[in-house]
Every structure is written in C-alpha cells, then in structure tokens.
Design a protein around this ligand. Structure first.
Ligand code: IPM
Ligand code: MG
Length: 374
C-alpha cells in the first residue's frame, strides 16, 4: 500500500470551514514531517452546496466521495435553511453521503480528558477517565425505512387536522449482523465488552436486533462479553455510571440520542470526533467519512470561537482507521492532550475565571506546535 492518501474535504456550513482550516494545518504538518502524502480535493456540502448549486450535494461531489480514500466533513445546517423543502435541507446532503457510501458503522468515542473533567455536567469522580465507544448503525432504521411521508389521513373523521406522518423502523438480519461484527471487533482491541441497546420490550425490530447480535456473539465472538439493555435504561445508566460501559452498539435513532448524551458527559461537544465506516474498497481501505459530532453552531460561526479539536481528532481517527497510521494518530491525540493540560482553551472550555480563551486558529497552531515538540 502506498503512502499517498486521497482525501475529499467538505467543510460545510457554520463553523465547519473554520475548524476544517485547522485540520488542514495538521495535515500539512504530517506531510512535512512524517513523509505522508495527501492528495486533497475540496467540495461543498449542505447549505453551502445549496447556495451554489440548489442541492445539498451534487452528483459530482457524491461521485468524488465514492472515489477517495476518506472524506473529511465539517458540519452542515443553519437557521437560514430552515425554510427549505425537506428534500433539499442541508442534512439531506450528509444523509445521502452516509447512505450511498453505505457507511453502516458510526464510531463515536466519548473520552473524558483529565484536564476537562470539571467541565462535565456530572461530578468529576463519575466521569474522570471515562472512555467509551458508541457504535451506531448509520444506514438503516427509521432514518431510511419505507414507507415514510406525510399524507392526508383518508376519511378518518376523528383526526382533527386530517394528516398522518409516517416513518418506518426497519432492520434486516444482515444489517444488524454487520454492525454487530464491527462492535465486537472494536471491543477486542479495547476492554472486550459490548453492551447492545434496543427496545425489545416494545419493538419487533428490537427483538430481531437482540437475537441477531446474540447470534453473531455466540457464533463468532464468544470471547467478548455481551450484555443487552433497553435503550431507555441505557440512557439512564449513561448519566448514572457511564464508566460501566466499554463498547455500546445500537441502532441509528437510539445511537443519535445516546451519542449526544455520552458526548455531553465529557465536558464539551466540541471535543468529540467520529468515524463512519463501510465495507473495504478494492485497495483494502474501508469506505470512510470522518466528522466532528458537534453541529454547525451558526451562533458562533465566523468569530474564531469554535473549538477545532473534534475535527482534528476526527482526522486522527482517519489516520487510524483509513490509513493504518495508529502511531501517528496516537501522536496527534497526545498533542491535543498536552495542549489541554497546558491550560489552552477555546471559548467553550473557559469557565467564569478561566482567563482569555484562544481563538480557533490559535488552538490549531498550539496543537501543531505540540506535534513538533514530539
Ligand atoms: C448526527 C446528526 C445528524 C443525524 C443530523 C445532522 C442529520 O444529529 O450526526 O448525529 O441525525 O444523524
Ligand atoms: Mg445527532
């Protein structure tokens, strides 16, 4: 495998372009100091694509995303686009990328950096040292299930307003098994424990989920400890005692909710990266898209207040999962940790007495400087 990697950078909307500019500094550092070579293309997604082309993702950009080793995405959305028709909303661009690239395993680590434990809404002793990984199914379930839509509710005289809104929670065995395998594989490289979450007490799709995860376990991963939990209890346990978990595997919608809750445990949404992975391509690398868990934060866009760390750590995940550069990823993660330990903070992480925050660009510069210090 060559040491040249192709990347498509889609900064998106709001703070996306600002945080992505800091990632580019980090990429440049790895090119200059680690003999890696990145072939970088840029494109539009979300509202910025809608403004330019009338669609949140053009076919041309979709095709380029399919052809590269990894896509790096900033964030999509903003109040300006709230009025748009559902089919052209910024989020549709992101969902199309996930679906057409078939990125079924969404890895959302929630790690509590020691320097930031006091920023969590929970007590330090509950979150210090937290290191969990949520594996969210990303290409199916209620996000994509058919039938869907808003329709007139026939001749139902009891329905004031006269309409019905429909979404379908639908999972096949195959969809469940493949994401379960991802979770078990990841658990083997961590603390070897998987907790699967669904609502098997009310949903047939939840019963199937539980049975199929158990099947994959019994037949292929009996060495990994597997437990099952109803997703509502899972939400409660996440805020009660989050360190009981290692890997959590769950469906698209529960994963959306549970990963936001897990994110907040760590003190700042601005810290959390994610990787969305699909099947291996011809070159052996998985189809992949990396993005911060946070959104486009339009209220602070363009002010240099955004925290670029989630986006930078997403690039660290790209180094690890797409490019097999685990050592480089660890170096980057250590550089982030060191900068935080030195008390360097963007505005989201400065308390009332926290001093003057650094800008987005200054944070990027500090992380690059920490990389150079080795
Ligand atoms: C996420 C986001 C997206 C989702 C939105 C932007 C469509 O909340 O990545 O968690 O719901 O999946
Ligand atoms: Mg979400």
């Amino acid at each position: 495998m060559s040491d040249s990697y192709s990347l498509l950078i889609l900064p998106g909307d709001g703070i996306g372009p600002e945080v992505m500019a800091e990632v580019v500094k980090v990429i440049d550092w790895f090119q200059a100091h680690r003999g890696m070579s990145f072939d970088i293309g840029h494109g539009l997604v979300g509202g910025s694509s809608y403004d330019a082309h009338g669609t949140p993702l053009t076919d041309e950009t979709m095709a380029r995303a399919q052809a590269v080793d990894a896509v790096l995405l900033g964030a999509v959305g903003g109040p300006k686009y709230d009025v748009l028709d559902f089919s052209v909303k910024p989020e549709r661009g992101l969902l199309r990328l996930r679906k057409e690239m078939d990125l079924y395993a969404n890895l959302r680590p929630a790690q509590c950096f020691d320097a930031l434990a006091d920023f969590s809404s929970l007590k330090r002793e509950v979150v210090a040292g937290l290191d969990i990984l949520i594996v969210r199914e990303l290409t199916s379930g209620v996000y994509f299930g058919e039938p869907r839509g808003i329709h007139a509710d026939g001749n139902n005289p009891d329905n004031e307003g006269g309409r019905v809104g429909i979404n379908t929670q639908r999972y096949t065995s195959g969809e469940i098994r493949r994401v379960a395998r991802s979770a078990f594989e990841l658990a083997r490289r961590r603390s070897n424990r998987v907790c699967s979450m669904e609502k098997a007490n009310v949903m047939e799709s939840g019963i199937l989920w539980r049975e199929e995860v158990q099947w994959v376990h019994d037949n292929e991963y009996a060495d990994v400890e597997l437990t099952h939990m109803y997703a509502d209890n899972g939400a409660m346990q996440l805020v009660r005692n989050p360190r009981q978990f290692d890997v959590i595997v769950t469906d698209n919608l529960f994963g959306d909710l549970l990963s936001d809750a897990a994110a907040m445990l760590t003190g700042s949404l601005g810290m959390l990266p994610s990787a969305s992975l699909g099947a291996p391509m011809a070159n052996g690398r998985p189809k992949a898209l990396y993005e911060p868990v946070h959104g486009s934060a339009p209220d602070i866009a363009g002010q240099g207040k955004a925290n670029p760390i989630a986006c930078i750590l997403s690039f660290a995940m790209a180094l690890r999962y797409s490019f097999d550069q685990g050592a480089a990823a660890a170096d980057l993660e250590r550089a982030v940790e060191r900068v935080l330990a030195d008390g360097v903070r963007t505005a989201d992480l400065t308390g009332p007495d926290g001093g003057i925050p650094v800008t987005t660009a200054q944070m990027g510069d500090r992380i690059v400087a920490a990389l150079s210090q080795g």
